[in-house]
Design a protein around this ligand. Structure first.
Ligand code: MTE
Ligand code: MO
Length: 383
């Protein structure tokens, strides 16, 4: 097996696949803190965890359409100004399990915890690109359709044993506001092997698949990356497309994730005593848009109440407030009295007034990605 050098993992993780290692925390563990502890953070891999043991010889090479190609050591990267952001990473396959109940889909069977909120420290990609002569003030017109491609050191089956790779538009990389980071620190500790040691990309607000771990090289290319995970995966097709009639080239690679919310203090089916029940969960949206509202229903969606929202404890969350973490999830809580069996539902609204779809049937897609339908749980009262 190629899996003889895997790092140790927390025993409480729910393992969806051992080789490659794919695991998520329990719902209750997920929302027990605003910042997700590293050992409980979901782990999503397409192959074995690579071993980078000679850090003195480790280099990130920057090549392609640049005036002066460059190789950077980890120390070179650490010498650039350190930028730290709170950002939620979410796998496009989060909540796939529920989608596969409608009709079979392909992919790892995730519950609702293929998501986590980390504090990421590293160098801004825009600062790194300046070292090869790409200015932060370049306009879209000058950059054309150029992309920045991130290539990993790992090897995956889907790339025929080649490295995992992905790209983002160059304009997103050079815009400081987009806050794309080459990360060497997670939650204030050196990045560990599972999450991309020694260096990974974090593209906040975008599906996890573009945040390449174990970075080997950065290429400036004329158009988007042609790798498997850009062209033959992580695209959203309408429900009419199946494995017989699929034409991958008709759709673009998914980037931003949509508005999402999930109840984490309850399982799908619960038995409780009659009386007060309080629900907790997370809401998050793509593109740094922020969460405007979280609505909770204690009667299957007939009537709704607005949940209270917070990030750091003790302070109500306000979308767009400069002191809010714009790339991070919002935790919510709402309370009600229950005396009969009910369905509790949550849906969120982001600041662009994007809403979640009511039913998973209408967003079903063969890869089972981006399930952001209203999240529903059943509560039965003990008699
Ligand atoms: N980078 C490499 N090199 N190999 C991978 O398999 N998986 C991607 C992304 N980066 C992956 C990768 C996917 S699909 C997701 S959701 C995130 O990493 C998961 O990051 P995490 O394991 O740190 O939570
Ligand atoms: Mo993912």
């Amino acid at each position: 097996s190629d899996y003889f050098q895997e790092p140790p993992r927390h025993p409480s993780l729910i393992v969806n696949s051992k080789e490659p290692f794919n695991a998520e925390p329990s719902r209750s563990a997920l929302i027990s803190s605003y910042v997700t502890p590293v050992d409980l953070f979901y782990k999503r891999n397409h192959g074995p965890i690579p071993v980078v043991d000679d850090i003195q010889r480790y280099r990130v090479s920057i090549r392609g359409l640049v005036e002066k190609p460059l190789d950077l050591s980890l120390d070179d990267i650490k010498e650039l100004p350190k930028h730290v952001i709170a950002a939620t990473l979410q796998c496009a396959g989060n909540r796939r399990n529920q989608m596969s109940k409608v009709k079979t889909v392909r992919g790892v069977g995730w519950d609702v915890s293929a998501v986590g909120n980390g504090i990421w420290g590293g160098a801004r990609l825009s600062d790194v690109l300046e070292l090869v002569g790409i200015s932060k003030l370049t306009s879209t017109t000058t950059l054309g359709g150029r992309h920045v491609e991130f290539v990993s050191v790992d090897a995956c089956k889907d790339e025929n044993g080649g490295p995992y790779k992905a790209s983002i538009p160059l304009i997103q990389a050079t815009t400081c506001n987009a806050e794309v980071i080459l990360v060497y620190e997670m939650n204030g500790e050196p990045l560990n092997r599972d999450h991309g040691y020694p260096l990974r990309v974090i593209v906040p607000g975008v599906i996890g698949a573009r945040s390449v771990k174990w970075l080997d090289s950065i290429n400036i290319i004329a158009e988007e990356c042609q790798g498997f995970f850009m062209q033959k995966d992580y695209k959203v097709f309408p429900p009419t497309v199946n494995w017989e009639n699929i034409n991958w080239s008709t759709r673009r690679p998914q980037m931003d994730f949509p508005v999402q919310s999930v109840i984490c203090s309850l399982e799908d089916i619960n038995t409780v005593d009659s009386g007060k029940i309080s629900v907790h969960g997370y809401a998050v949206t793509g593109g740094g848009r922020g969460i405007e509202r979280v609505d909770v229903s204690f009667n299957g969606g007939k009537t709704w109440t607005e949940a209270s929202r917070y990030q750091k404890t003790g302070k109500p969350y306000v979308a767009d407030d400069p002191s809010s973490d714009k790339w991070a999830w919002v935790l919510f809580t709402a309370e009600a009295d229950v005396s009969e069996n009910i369905e509790i539902v949550v849906k969120a609204v982001d600041i662009a007034a994007n809403v979640q779809p009511e039913n998973v049937e209408f967003i079903w897609n063969l890869r089972g990605i981006l399930n952001n339908s209203w999240h529903r749980v059943l509560v039965q009262v003990k008699r």
